[in-house]
Design a protein around this ligand. Sequence first.
Ligand code: URA
Length: 434
Amino acid sequence: MRMVDIIEKKRDGGTLLEEEIRFWIKGYTEGSIPDYQSSAMAMAILFRGMDKNEIAILTDAMEHSGETIDLSCIKGVKVDKHSTGGVGDKTSLALGPLVAACGAKLAKMSGRGLGHTGGTLDKMESIPGIRIARTEDEFINQVNDIGIAIIGQTQDIVPADKKLYALRDVTGTVESIPLIAASIMSKKLASGSDTILLDVKFGSGAFMKTQEKAKELAETMVEIGDSLGRDTRAILTDMDQPLGLAVGNALEVKEAIDTLNGYGPKDFVELVRNAGGIMLVQAGIASDIEDGMSKIDRAIEDRSGLAKLRALVEAQGGDPTYIDDPSKFPVASNIIPVYSKDEGYIRRIDSLSIGLSAMRLGAGRATMEDIIDMSSGIVLNKKVGDFVRKGDLIAYAHTNKKEIGGIICDIENSFELSTEIVKVSPIVHEIVQK
Ligand code: URA
């Protein structure tokens, strides 16, 4: 078999055979197929697409390109969730402890942030001492002991995706539904949970710009997961504004703690309740989403979710007193108020622009080597639907940098105003399930 023939077949719109897909992924992982052929292949897939069978085979080939985790010795239903990447998305830090407090087992491998979106691992590392590198045994024991672990992906999981995703990132081939679906699902399947909830974002700053495209991606992933015996469901959520008020690592951890204490921002609480309701149904703990949401409400009211976050931090070597007293988190030396340039109802807050501004204030990485400043970021003071007058306080920029160029102006310009009253739509636009 020759890689060039497989590339030409896909370039010309052909359907690849199972052995051709496996030959590519195996050869690329082992190094016998070079980057330039894999990037041509990724581009051919981006233009020509793949049918359901090809995507399922690609996912399976990637999943088995390295180690897979066996969670069968954990008692109970193992649940997992994944977000396709949002600005201000600290969902796992509140949702994970809440579903665990309700009896589900959350065995989660998370990622780091790059560009305008933050990663759960980086956020967790704003808690002193916390360790996100764990062995498989430590991971499993922790979930058995306290019902929750959130760790970094081990080196040996889905090596094909590590190489291919880095290649796609620099060859303009990220935005392909078959490639995104296989990339996400191979990692979720390899990490071994029984159920998967996918939060598929759409809009500015998301991979999928429209709800239709997000739905197509969600349906593709749900189909792959279900066909491989995992209860997989998806929610479609918009990124017409950042999630909650805080964007930036320690700022977001504090907001997750606030939420577990019962005073989270409305849109974030709504997302956590909906996602939690679905995950508890998937785990067989709730009879329907309403029942699941009321169990989540109870875990907020009685602070059992907060206690679970504290246990998670402690089990992973972090200082739990930061959860008891979030004022211990370091605060940036420079907190700059941002004012509205105009009057009107806020129609949209450009998430991409807010995410990039937070990154430039120090909260994120432009390259994987950059060091994150945990205390920097942006805290919104107004959200979509609010009315503002010229000069009203709309946000604070937190930074330790002395020189921040035009960032304040970019934050101001992220707020788009309307003269008409703006109706705020529910955060979950649609649920996708079989
Ligand atoms: N997230 C992933 O893990 N993979 C993609 O291809 C896109 C988003």
